[in-house]
Design a protein around this ligand. Structure first.
Ligand code: SF4
Length: 288
């Protein structure tokens, strides 16, 4: 059995940065809080908890110590509330997410009806929406464009981890609805590259493994994309979930991982497969 490893797998720049900021804060302060889990990976959240990072549901759960803002950001109102209560804020919002928030604010200030292409309930999308000062709406796909009223000016931004093709389809659906359409491409290049590579590998293999937290939207999207071209796609959090029957008779297996999956976890999944007889790695990620 041959294994094809994705080169674009594991922590992205924004997640690495957030984890580094959290570790540095914990070393200096001994204790800190995050509003919800810092990243969507239960194993990493567990390690950070041992270092003193406590995920809390809301501002009322915050005790003595700084609050670390997650890579996908928080709403403007929540930031203002934290500041008004004198809570020390350590902002680990990914700069690409900040950029999407800034463009949404700028569009609304210039009188555009702002459309955010993304998952309505995702914290990143909720945070972007909070920066809109006028009217705006979230649409998940081109079918959602039917709910948007005709406007003279429509401005569009995307949740950073959206799929490029879907973003394009929404833009096409918006064209007949307005006279002026302004688009800011707020897609994260890291995610787009990862999705394109995962799709390429999934087409070449007999079975595809996607590693990452089940609560990670970008990992779930990777698995969903891969399953469109490779029905034998399995989403696992750790190597313990691998089932021998998945690989029976398989000649080639692909591995990719979400942006919040630590390298150690990807390595363990790879090693669990490599330990099988007659297995070899054909293409190994440079970061492994
Ligand atoms: S996926 Fe992209 S936008 Fe999201 S945290 Fe990572 S680098 Fe930032």
């Amino acid at each position: 059995m041959e294994i094809l490893m994705a080169k674009e797998a594991g922590f992205c720049f924004g997640v690495k940065r957030a984890v580094n900021i959290a570790e540095r804060t914990l070393r200096e302060r001994g204790r800190a809080f995050s509003l919800g889990p810092l990243i969507h990976n239960p194993q990493v959240v567990g390690q950070l908890r041992e270092m003193g990072l406590e995920p809390v549901e809301g501002i009322e759960g915050v005790g003595r110590g700084p609050v670390i803002i997650r890579s996908h950001g928080v709403s403007r109102q929540l930031l203002e509330e934290l500041e008004s209560k004198g809570v020390e804020v350590v902002d680990a919002t990914c700069p690409y997410v900040k950029r999407a928030q800034r463009w949404a604010a700028s569009l609304s200030r210039r009188g555009y009806f702002v459309v955010v292409v993304g998952e309505e309930e995702h914290p990143e999308v909720r945070a972007i929406m909070s920066y809109i000062e006028g009217d705006g709406m979230v649409v998940e796909g081109p079918e959602g464009a039917g709910r948007i009223p005709r406007r003279r000016k429509i401005g569009v931004v995307a949740q950073t981890t959206q799929e490029r093709g879907r973003f394009g389809e929404v833009i096409k659906a918006l064209l007949p609805l307005c006279e002026e359409l302004t688009i800011y491409n707020t897609l994260c290049e890291v995610t787009s590259k990862r999705q394109e590579e995962a799709l390429r590998i999934a087409r070449e293999v007999d079975c595809m493994i996607v590693v990452g937290g089940r609560n990670s939207a970008n990992t779930r999207r990777l698995a969903e994309l891969c399953s469109r071209v490779q029905p034998r796609t399995y989403h696992v959090e750790t190597e313990e979930e691998l089932r021998p029957e998945w690989f029976r008779g398989m000649r080639r297996v692909g591995i990719t991982a979400g942006a919040s999956t630590p390298i150690g976890t990807i390595r363990r999944v790879r090693d669990a497969l490599v330990s099988r007889p007659f297995c070899g790695i054909r293409r190994e990620a440079e970061n492994l």
